[in-house]
Design a protein around this ligand. Structure first.
Ligand code: F6R
Length: 625
């Protein structure tokens, strides 16, 4: 590795914030590229650029700032028409945000054009090597070395493909590249190593994107490139080889997402739209899987491993962030309903633990994107140790979906807002179904009451959403607080953690989630007039204990905002503000208690003037460690 990465590089490497689009076909590529880049805006970026093969040469246009600035700059350029093009949104790593550093980058002869996501770790050595061989560079980026390196091999009279393979052998790091060779305008090249890239398959046209959401409205058929694969894409087909130049088979996966799901509609933000999709995503995840009257859960994705699952002695749930918190709810569900001991691990920690793997353990990865690097590494580790791996994944065909041996898709549709909301609800749905499925394997005969109530959850979510304006009013009251404490117990303990995470990431307010029983072991010292507590206290087996905790807060003058069950009069004596939710059974409470917390974070974030769809420093999928 060449020297240490600076902080900016590390942040972008960590979150892999840039976006790639590409097109080859019979249409003019410009509007397709611009729309694709707009669809990727949520990832966060500081500049954008395109390269289009037009009138026998490649024309490059770039600008700093939003994609619409680039679009406006190109409005009058009627001659910029071409059937092959690549585009990029850049989040600066090597070199400041500027037109010069924006992608695409080219070589000395302006034959090769490259856009890139990821980091080339040995770029300094390669740059020096190339400079010594007479190459001159325009930008400060690591990406530019790629075009020069290919050019260098072409000087040895190699054909383009051989030059590309030879260049890849010298590059160390994580990358996804889209490349145009202007001497061969019938092909678009795509290369992937640890950074996602997906080919959209059309009729007489094909697309390329770093994220399938950029393909929505264009095609539903996609091929996910695997690590170390090189795609040669023409308008009529796709051919894939690995780094050893062997042809590899490609599988076309059908995306269920549609255009409407990927647009904001009448909502001011994707986040609000996605919170309001809560009831639908539960229904989508249940569809065809639940027949409560027959006490039946059918999970086709697990059928192939059904026999093995019957022997499960222990479950390991591996996930990050919001998916991890869904996993914590899963832990309660699997232990209570399936009677299987369950542990939940941050995937980022699990990958470095010395885990004594036991036979008959099953690992479950939970991931909305299906591309989170830590979760993928954790699941690979489990697999390597002979453990059966399952996935609960939203993005069809994503790496985690492919690499787990079996699994269940969430079918929540694309989640565009960076903060995860609807995916959490769909994860809870799949976890509940899985818990019932595994309880059957364990010989339990009936979960009738649970399944009956699960079918009623979407309606109850709608009731809560119809009262969103109440949460908005309370957000107005609390919007200037600097700190917040979230408390819950049992099934609502993970919800407290998730509520605090949402507030942190969207409103930049310091918030801590805690198990209410732990209060007396430390956090109670912080309670005062200036620290409001969000108490998740529905009427259930533990609510009396929660009430005692709230008495302790009240005695210390701490303001309390409670989420409680309709008809609970006692809570109004204790709390300063109450938001009432419909009654449900305890294992399903998180479906209802999380919604006001998502709304609360949303309204506080917008009231504080932040772009809640693109919180600072965050990206939707964290594809590099
Ligand atoms: C929080 C959030 C993140 C993700 C985490 C895992 O709102 O979005 O914490 O939940 O990065 O992502 P996936 O589920 O894609 O593996």
């Amino acid at each position: 590795m060449s020297g240490k990465l600076n902080l900016m590089q590390k942040v972008a490497n960590l979150y892999n914030m840039c976006g790639i689009v590409g097109y080859i076909g019979e249409e003019n590529s410009l509007p397709i590229l611009i729309n694709g880049l707009k669809a990727l805006e949520y990832r966060g970026y500081d500049s954008a650029g395109i390269a289009i093969f037009s009138n026998n040469k490649v024309k490059v246009r770039k600008s700093v700032g939003e994609v619409k600035i680039l679009e406006n700059d190109l409005k009058d350029q009627t001659s910029l028409v071409g059937h092959l093009g690549i585009g990029h949104t850049r989040w600066a790593t090597h070199g400041a945000p500027s037109v010069i550093n924006a992608h695409p980058h080219s070589d000395c002869t302006r034959r090769i054009f490259v856009v890139h996501n990821g980091i080339i770790e040995n770029y300094k050595e390669l740059k020096k090597y190339l400079q010594n061989r007479g190459h001159s560079f325009l930008s400060n980026t690591d990406t530019e070395i790629v075009s020069h390196l290919i050019e260098d091999f072409l000087r040895e009279k190699k054909d383009f493909k051989t030059a590309l393979f030879d260049a890849l052998k010298m590059i160390k790091g994580a990358y996804a590249f889209a490349i145009i060779d202007s001497k061969n305008p019938d092909t678009l090249y795509a290369v992937r190593l640890s950074s996602p890239l997906v080919i959209g398959v059309g009729k007489h046209e094909n697309f390329l994107a770093s994220d399938p959401s950029a393909l929505i409205g264009k095609t539903k058929d996609v091929i996910y490139l695997k690590d170390g694969e090189i795609g040669e894409i023409t308008k009529g087909g796709v051919s894939i080889t690995n780094l050893r130049k062997q042809k590899t088979p490609s599988e076309i996966v059908r995306l269920e997402w549609d255009l409407e799901q990927a647009q904001k509609g009448n909502y001011p933000h994707f986040m609000l739209k996605e919170i309001f999709e809560g009831a639908e995503v539960v229904l989508y995840a249940l569809r065809g899987r639940l027949r409560s009257k027959e006490n039946l859960v059918k999970l086709g994705g697990l059928e192939q491993v059904a026999e093995k699952l019957k022997e499960t002695k222990r479950l390991l749930i591996l996930a990050c962030g919001t998916s991890y918190y869904a996993g914590l709810v899963g832990e309660y569900l699997f232990e209570e309903i399936s009677k299987i001991p369950t542990e939940v691990h941050f995937a980022s920690e699990f990958r470095y633990r010395e885990e004594p793997f036991e036979k008959k353990t099953v690992a479950i990865a939970i991931s909305q994107s299906g591309e989170t690097a830590d979760t993928l590494a954790a699941i690979r580790k489990a697999k390597k140790n002979g453990i059966l791996t399952l996935g609960i994944v939203n993005t069809v065909g994503s790496t985690i979906a492919r690499e787990t041996e079996a699994g269940v898709y969430n079918h929540a549709g694309p989640e565009i807002g960076v903060a995860s909301t609807k995916a959490f609800l769909s994860q809870l749905t799949v976890l509940t179904l899985m818990a019932v499925y595994l309880s059957k394997s364990n010989g339990k005969s009936s979960n009738h009451a649970l399944l009956y109530e699960l079918e009623r959850i979407p309606e109850k979510i709608r009731t809560i959403l119809s009262k969103a304006s109440e949460v908005e009013k309370l957000a107005e009251k609390y919007k200037n607080c600097d700190n917040f404490l979230f408390l819950g117990r049992r099934y609502n303990y993970p919800v407290a953690l998730e509520g605090a995470l949402k507030l942190k990431e969207i409103s930049y307010i310091h918030a801590e989630g805690y198990g209410a029983g732990e209060m007396k072991h430390g956090p109670i010292a912080m309670i005062c007039e200036k620290l409001p507590t969000m108490a998740i206290v529905p009427q259930n087996s533990i609510s009396e204990k929660m009430f005692s905790n709230l008495e302790e807060i009240k005695a210390r003058k701490g303001p309390i905002f409670a989420i409680a069950t309709e008809g609970d009069e006692g809570i109004e004596m204790l709390a300063d503000n109450v938001f009432f939710i419909p009654k449900t059974i305890e294992p399903l409470e998180p479906f209802l208690t999380v919604i006001p917390l998502q709304l609360f974070a949303y309204y506080i974030g917008t009231k504080r003037g932040f772009n809640v769809d693109k919180p600072r420093n965050l990206a939707k999928s964290v594809t590099v460690e």
